[in-house]
Design a protein around this ligand. Structure first.
Ligand code: FE2
Length: 303
């Protein structure tokens, strides 16, 4: 697995280790406090093969192996939003570590949207499946580090950014500088809200390290995945929004590009698991879990 370390830059600055999951182009993070060795696992993937319906925890185990090898203690299991491209691993990670889980409080609204799509009126109960539902401005500690939550909708209506010391885990808002920004066309998404969220993140101090949720190399001449850049770098050079792009220009570009993108092949599997904190649907009489997939709800793309 392609990994990269962003070292602590001093007091109130975490070490951030990124782990690239190449099946879905997802970046998973272990964010740790060098003083206390306490760590948060953020946006960790539950492996899933859509062809066979098989799930696995290889990616999550890699993160736990890293934690063990570096003498860290997991104290938070966090996600930035219910992902549409991959299943999340919170529930399993909680079983393994005992650490509490968290996501943004607007997961309630996202669950409402998807319970209609799946026709599962009581299908989701975020209060049951997540230990902490963070509101905009929520604060907590990771070891000695200060963590602040910023609501940053657009990609989903309830996405949140974790600002941890001088690092910000910005999930699917920005992509890497040379790739631009993330799609805003999923249910509850909005290019207008995404623009506002991007601006809010750009208001963080210039040297804040931004860590994005996805990369899909190759990008131009760049072959390896990349996920870290500063606020100053994005403000000046981001492909979609650098140099002071207006909201109308951005929305035109974003909406046109989104209209060309295929839906993720795991989307309809992922949401019904992710809105349950990474738990598979309740086993049926034979002890197996089954996915529920709405036929003819979404429109095919690129056909
Ligand atoms: Fe996402």
């Amino acid at each position: 697995m392609f990994t990269r370390t962003s070292p602590s830059t001093g007091p109130n600055s975490p070490r951030v280790d990124g782990f690239y999951e190449s099946d879905t182009g997802s970046v998973q993070y272990v964010v740790s406090d060098p003083e206390t060795k306490q760590a948060a696992l953020i946006d960790i993937v539950q492996d899933f093969d859509p062809a066979s319906g098989r799930t696995a925890y290889r990616s999550a185990q890699t993160a736990l192996d890293f934690v063990r090898d570096n003498g860290l203690e997991v104290v938070w299991i966090l996600d930035t939003h219910p992902h549409a491209d991959h299943l999340m691993a919170q529930s399993w990670l909680k079983q393994q570590t005992g650490a509490p889980t968290g996501i943004g409080e607007k997961v309630h609204e996202i669950a409402g949207l998807w319970s209609d799509i799946y026709n599962m009126p009581n299908g989701f109960d975020p209060d049951r499946d997540f230990d902490h539902l963070f509101s905009d401005g929520a604060k907590f500690k990771l070891g000695n580090l200060d963590v602040r939550v910023i609501l940053s909708p657009g990609h989903t209506l309830g996405s949140i950014t974790y600002v941890i010391g001088d690092a910000a885990l910005v999930h699917d808002t920005f992509m890497h500088v040379d790739a631009g920004t993330t799609r805003a066309d999923f249910p509850g998404g909005s290019s207008s809200e995404l623009y506002a969220s991007l601006q809010r993140i750009l208001d963080l101090p210039d040297d804040t390290r931004l860590f994005v949720g996805h990369d899909y190399p190759p990008v131009g001449d760049r072959k390896d995945p990349a996920w870290e850049a500063t606020v100053a770098d994005h403000r000046a050079n981001n492909k979609h929004i650098g140099g002071g792009v207006s909201e109308s220009e951005f929305r035109k570009l974003r909406d046109a590009r989104d209209a060309t993108l295929d839906l993720p092949d795991r989307m309809l599997h992922a949401l019904q698991v992710n809105l349950r904190g990474g738990r598979l649907p309740e086993p049926e009489g034979d002890g197996r879990s089954y996915f529920k997939i709405p036929a003819n709800h979404f429109t095919e793309r690129n056909t």
